[in-house]
Design a protein around this ligand. Structure first.
Ligand SMILES: [Zn+2]
Ligand SMILES: [Zn+2]
Length: 372
């Protein structure tokens, strides 16, 4: 048994993470200790690291991670411990570890809006200071402690890397598509962005039977566009070689002259929003699932929104059911697993967390995983 557990601790924005060690924790009465398998380095982590999302350190970053249950507390061993879906979990199981849980009691939770639970921030575990025992609350650490209801059992047969690749982006897209009423066989879908949100959206839309999937991205990172095609985008439009007007014409030409049924914004760039709106047909649905940090405002074509009766659907966070939908979906697309694995471009250890964050910030990484 490791006597000490390494963690990368965010202390202050724009400073290197501090590598600290903590004693191997015991499970709390209603909780679990989980050995790290992999922790995704998310764009959100970069925004926190840069100070664009004002989190106060010290804290252990990492909100999309997988591990194996190492120990369970005395209150959950008998008759059986349950995860966030009510599924049994036991020592040795592969699990995702959540850092937030909807309260189940507020007005939003009671009316189908649990992803935006009013008490979500109060449920957040990983913003707790690692100065207080049991210290290990976030994913950038070799071990984590959490209540068992924050665990999500990974379905048998799903390889850890496949579960990990879009562990945050995937359920985020699933939730946005739920808000949009789903994707049907007549739907022409446009995806903006070729990061994890965009790539998963292309995969999910194509496997959902969309009439067409077009992804708009940049050839500055050629692998992203190659993977977009492999994952299901029938058409890829490069923002470096096409103008917004040309892209709008291509979309119109491919949709009988009316425009896309659904546009999914996954680029995180505010500038993408006016273009995305312009690609929609009347009554088209615009899913804004990628603007996770405040990168400023853009003028909106409000006349067009009214006149074309466009539907703007913001989407943030997701529910346990959305994550389950994601995991089951990934299990069901083994033909895409080779391409999905290629999206994992970087693996770093806890000590190398800064390198991983930098690779994500610079866009060098599609998915960077922190591994033990
Ligand atoms: Zn994330
Ligand atoms: Zn709630």
């Amino acid at each position: 048994m490791a006597a000490e557990v390494k963690a990368a601790v965010f202390e202050r924005a724009q400073e290197p993470l501090a590598i600290r060690t903590y004693p191997t924790p015991d499970a709390e009465p209603d909780g679990a200790v989980v050995d790290l398998v992999s922790s995704g380095i998310c764009g959100t982590d970069v925004h926190i690291w840069e100070g664009a999302i004002p989190f106060v350190g010290p804290l252990i970053l990492g909100h999309e991670f997988l591990g194996r249950v190492r120990a369970l507390g005395p209150c959950v061993r008998e008759p059986v411990a349950k995860d966030c879906m009510g599924q049994p979990v036991k020592v040795g199981d592969l699990v995702a570890v959540n850092v937030i849980e909807p309260c189940g009691a507020c007005r939003l939770c009671q009316t189908g809006g649990a992803a935006s639970c009013l008490n979500l921030m109060d449920s957040m575990t990983y913003t707790r200071s690692p100065d207080e025992p049991p210290h290990l609350f976030g994913g950038y650490a070799e071990m984590t402690v959490c209540p068992t209801r924050y665990l999500h059992r990974i379905p048998d047969g799903l390889p850890p890397d496949i579960a990990a690749t879009f562990l945050c982006a995937g359920p985020t897209v699933v939730r946005g598509i739920v808000y949009a009423g789903g994707i049907g066989p007549d739907d022409h879908v446009v995806v903006q962005g070729s990061g994890p949100v965009g790539l998963f959206a292309a995969l999910y839309a194509s496997k959902s039977g969309a009439a067409s999937v077009t992804l708009i991205g940049s050839s500055s990172r050629p692998l992203r566009l190659e993977l977009a095609s492999l994952l299901g985008a029938g058409q890829v439009l490069d923002i470096r070689t096409t103008s917004p007007e040309e892209r709008a014409r291509v979309i119109k030409d491919g949709t009988g002259g009316i425009g896309a049924d659904i546009v999914i914004e996954g680029s995180g760039s505010p500038d993408a929003v006016p273009e995305g709106l312009n690609l929609l047909r009347p009554r088209g649905r615009y899913v804004l699932a990628g603007q996770y940090s405040d990168r400023g405002a853009v003028p909106l074509p409000v006349h067009q929104i009214t006149f074309s009766a466009l539907q703007l659907l913001g989407s943030a966070q997701f529910t346990a059911e959305d994550r389950e939908t994601y995991l089951r979906f990934m299990l069901g697309v083994p033909e895409a697993w080779d391409a999905i694995r290629r999206a994992i471009t970087h693996r770093v250890t806890v000590e190398q967390s800064d390198q991983g964050l930098r690779a994500v910030r610079l866009g060098e990484a599609i998915k960077a995983l922190l591994v033990p």
